[in-house]
Design a binder for this molecule. Structure first.
Ligand code: HEM
Length: 146
């Protein structure tokens, strides 16, 4: 169960980061020009929301079935925080990524309420890019690609 979820979460991460990057770059470029918001822009924003939420769900399940979780009772909160690797997996990665996905969700719902194309592109550009930066900052790069 754990290893299956682990590989799904690991591969789905590629998809999540790629669609999020595409939606962010698309919105950044179009928010500078005088572009009209079109159905394809909406599809990009919505697809990104769905894919990142699926990653969030897989991550949450993975977290609670992870053998690493026992470290909280074995070492205590202080003990976990003292070690950079444990802190990344048990605290920073989950918390910062939940925050990132919350920002993406807020950006998505706010952009839907805006009436102008520029207003929509700006909201997606800001919230999705912020989410992307937060996600990239807390990926366990050495184990993921190694
Ligand atoms: C879009 C958001 C997320 C992305 C892009 C992402 C990406 C990743 C990546 C690339 C890894 C490393 C996988 C590997 O080493 O093969 C990982 C590991 C992990 N993630 Fe996430 N993650 C996200 C959200 C979350 C959330 C919200 C949680 C928990 C609440 C979570 C829990 C975990 C856990 C427990 C591991 C460690 C798995 C292991 O033992 O190797 N992730 N994640």
């Amino acid at each position: 169960m754990y290893s299956v979820l682990q590989s799904v979460h690991s591969y789905w991460a590629f998809l999540a980061l790629i669609v999020l990057a595409i939606a962010s770059i698309n919105a950044i470029i179009k928010s500078f020009g005088d572009k009209t918001y079109e159905p394809n822009d909406f599809r990009k924003a919505l697809f990104t929301l769905i894919v990142t939420h699926i990653q969030l769900l897989i991550g949450l399940i993975l977290y609670f079935v992870s053998p690493r979780l026992q470290l909280f009772s074995e070492l205590g909160m202080g003990g976990v925080m003292k070690d950079a690797v444990n802190r990344l997996y048990l605290v920073e990665h989950p918390f910062v990524n939940i925050l990132a996905i919350a920002l993406i969700t807020i950006g998505y719902s706010k952009h839907k309420k805006k009436l102008t194309s520029q207003g929509k592109f700006k909201l997606i550009a800001i919230f999705y890019t912020l989410g992307l930066v937060l996600l990239l900052s807390r990926i366990p790069w050495s184990t993921w690609l190694g």
